[in-house]
Design a protein around this ligand. Structure first.
Ligand code: PMP
Length: 284
């Protein structure tokens, strides 16, 4: 595997991480996962823009211009002969003697590489199960930070119960999944939590809002309660690598009749079409 390290593409075996990298010690950094279709990175501009925003919010300055970084990513895809799957990209604040506070002149560290391919088509087709859990994360969930401790704890809990995702609830309101955004459909209207500090504004989420608009589907960025989740006609979760995944059971109870809903199916198809259009017209 070839890895992008601070502007250079090298073999994985050549990558060295310093024990005082602040990403390693504190989770002091930010990341992105970008999906590649047919060798083309989907919504690359949006992901890179979010990466720079996350970095800026925690005072990390990335050493590369965004156009330079985008070119490096395209090169990385080529060098790995990558056709489809996720590409992981992270930036840490850099290496410094371990203290909480930091000097502003340390140089950030960037690493990117292809993730192992995860086949999701069966989950997309049959739907998945989920649990609900309290959202006990910090109040800056809009930053795509490396600090994923609570997300990991709760995802593991879902996994150990044979579920795909845990849906997080804060003050009675559904925020998002541990690694996804959550949508419900009730009486033909699609709802999702507004893009505030309480959720990560998913790129898939943002793309879908465009897709709903194009198709004339009614949607509202409006908070909904646990009860509204459990009484929804349809529920689905979205993320870069999983795309649009129907949720057919929550906390052991069927969503509606326990099968993926018809509007969810249409949304999946419309999203796939958008991916196809945008990745076939883009220059790889
Ligand atoms: N929320 C959280 C907490 C996530 O980790 C993710 C996946 N990175 C998402 C939402 C979905 O974001 P995206 O569509 O950009 O992958």
């Amino acid at each position: 595997m070839k890895v992008l390290v601070d502007g250079e593409i090298v073999a994985r075996s050549a990558v060295k991480v310093d024990m005082e990298d602040r990403g390693y010690q504190f989770g002091d950094g930010v990341y992105e996962v970008i999906n590649v279709y047919d060798g083309v990175p989907f919504t690359l501009d949006e992901h890179i823009e979010r990466l720079y925003r996350s970095a800026q919010e925690i005072g990390i300055s990335i050493n590369f211009e965004s156009d330079h970084l985008k070119n490096d990513i395209r090169k990385l895809i080529q060098e790995n002969d990558m056709k489809k799957g996720g590409l992981y990209l992270q930036v840490t604040r850099g290496v410094a003697p371990r203290t909480h506070q930091y000097l502003k002149d340390i140089s950030s560290k960037l690493v990117a590489y292809p993730l192992p391919y995860k086949e999701m088509s069966e989950s997309r087709s049959t739907g998945v199960t989920a649990i609900t859990e309290q959202d006990l994360r910090w109040l800056r969930c809009d930053i795509k930070s490396l600090n994923l401790l609570y997300n990991i704890m709760i995802k593991q809990k879902a996994y150990e119960q044979g579920c795909f995702e845990a849906i997080l609830i804060r003050d009675g309101v559904v925020t998002e999944g541990t690694s996804s955004n959550v949508f419900i459909i009730k009486n033909g209207t699609i709802y999702t939590h507004p893009a505030t500090n309480l959720i990560l504004n998913g790129i898939t989420r943002q793309k879908l809002l465009e897709v709903y608009h194009e198709n004339g589907w009614t949607f509202k960025e409006h908070p909904f309660t646990t009860q509204e989740l459990l009484e929804a006609d349809e529920v689905f979760v979205t993320s870069t690598t999983s795309e649009v995944v129907p949720v057919i059971s929550i906390d052991g109870k069927d969503v509606n009749d326990g099968r993926p809903g018809s509007l969810t199916r249409k949304i999946q198809q419309a999203f796939s079409l958008t991916v196809k259009n945008e990745t076939s017209s883009a220059v790889g």
